[in-house]
Write a protein that binds this ligand. Structure first.
Ligand code: ZN
Length: 306
């Protein structure tokens, strides 16, 4: 061509193309995660050197999930399993490791101080008739020892999980340790940017309430100074009397939005919404586009707390 710059650009493109070819020619490391948001985390750090399989299928809940036989078979050639403390792991990780003794299980939630699942909407004991009758810790069978498993919904806790993912990838594949480190630093910057955005979104709104069927947003609420008001009580739909209390609670505080997630039926959420003259809005704790989803849910919480 007449333009030397075009030629140079073309040569660079060819060189980059062959470089990309060599990278993708290397077989990516097969790894497993429990839930979709973790696929996002592992791909941020592993890039195209990892091929991530997700145990809990979209639309299924991580509380009572049972892995499929083909998933159990696929674990045989996986290099690592990134656990997050999802409730189904309690029953299944021992079986998974028994069948695959060489599999590296990475507990990405290690080092995170978990808090009890809310047993009731008893954030304000004063003026709440049944708060004293509620046990302080949820005994929900789904949530094991009653600790809140939803640690993937608060960016500062995701940073802890990211470090565990980084260390594991560097240990398994030390040849690319620098690349994983660089990816991690970029992910960390992204998390810090998101955290700053969420802080500014809720600044000046301390104690803003959001009502939600399944209380998956406790760590999120903790990180940004919000109050989660759950409808589900100890993993179950509320009884009629409890439902009436919730409705009265919501009316007294002018709560007009009830958040639900697609993995739960949300029948009582719809009922509460109807009774308070409000509406039901989706807030998915398990979306694969973790960051975009978190921004969207945060905006909806903010809007509902107006
Ligand atoms: Zn949950």
């Amino acid at each position: 061509m007449h333009c030397p710059q075009f030629r140079l650009g073309w040569m660079i493109a060819v060189a980059l193309g062959s470089l990309a070819g060599t990278v993708s020619a290397a077989t990516p490391m097969k790894v497993f995660v429990s839930i979709l948001p973790q696929k996002f985390f592992v791909e941020q750090i592993g890039g195209d050197r990892v091929a991530v399989s997700v145990m809990v299928a979209p639309g299924a809940g991580p509380h009572t999930y049972e892995p499929k036989p083909r998933q159990m078979a696929a674990l045989a050639d996986a290099a690592a399993y990134f656990a997050v403390g999802a409730p189904f792991e309690d029953a299944w990780l021992p079986r998974i490791t028994a069948a695959n003794p060489a599999l590296r299980v990475v507990h990405t939630d290690r080092g995170i101080d978990k808090v009890p699942m809310p047993a009731h909407h008893d954030h304000e004991p004063e003026g709440h008739p049944s708060a004293s009758a509620s046990p302080p810790v949820g005994k929900d069978h789904d949530h094991g020892e009653g600790l809140d498993p939803h640690v993937w919904l608060a960016p500062p806790l995701v940073l802890v999980q990211g470090r565990a993912i980084l260390e594991a990838l560097q240990t398994i594949d030390p040849a690319h340790g620098d690349a994983y480190q660089a990816n991690f630093e970029a992910f960390r910057a992204r998390l810090e940017g998101l955290d700053a955005h969420l802080r500014s979104l809720f600044a000046g709104r301390p104690g803003a309430r959001f009502m939600v069927f399944h209380p998956a947003w406790g760590y999120f609420a903790q990180a940004y100074g919000l109050v989660q008001v759950p409808i589900e009580i100890e993993g179950k739909d509320p009884k009629p009397a409890q439902l009436q209390e919730l409705i009265a609670y919501a009316k007294a505080r002018d709560i007009r939005v009830v958040f639900v997630q697609p993995q739960f039926s949300g029948k009582s959420a719809a009922m509460v919404a109807r009774e308070i003259g409000g509406r039901v809005v989706a807030a998915d704790p398990l979306a694969e586009d973790w960051e975009g989803n978190l921004r969207g849910v945060a905006a909806a919480f903010r809007e509902a707390a107006r």
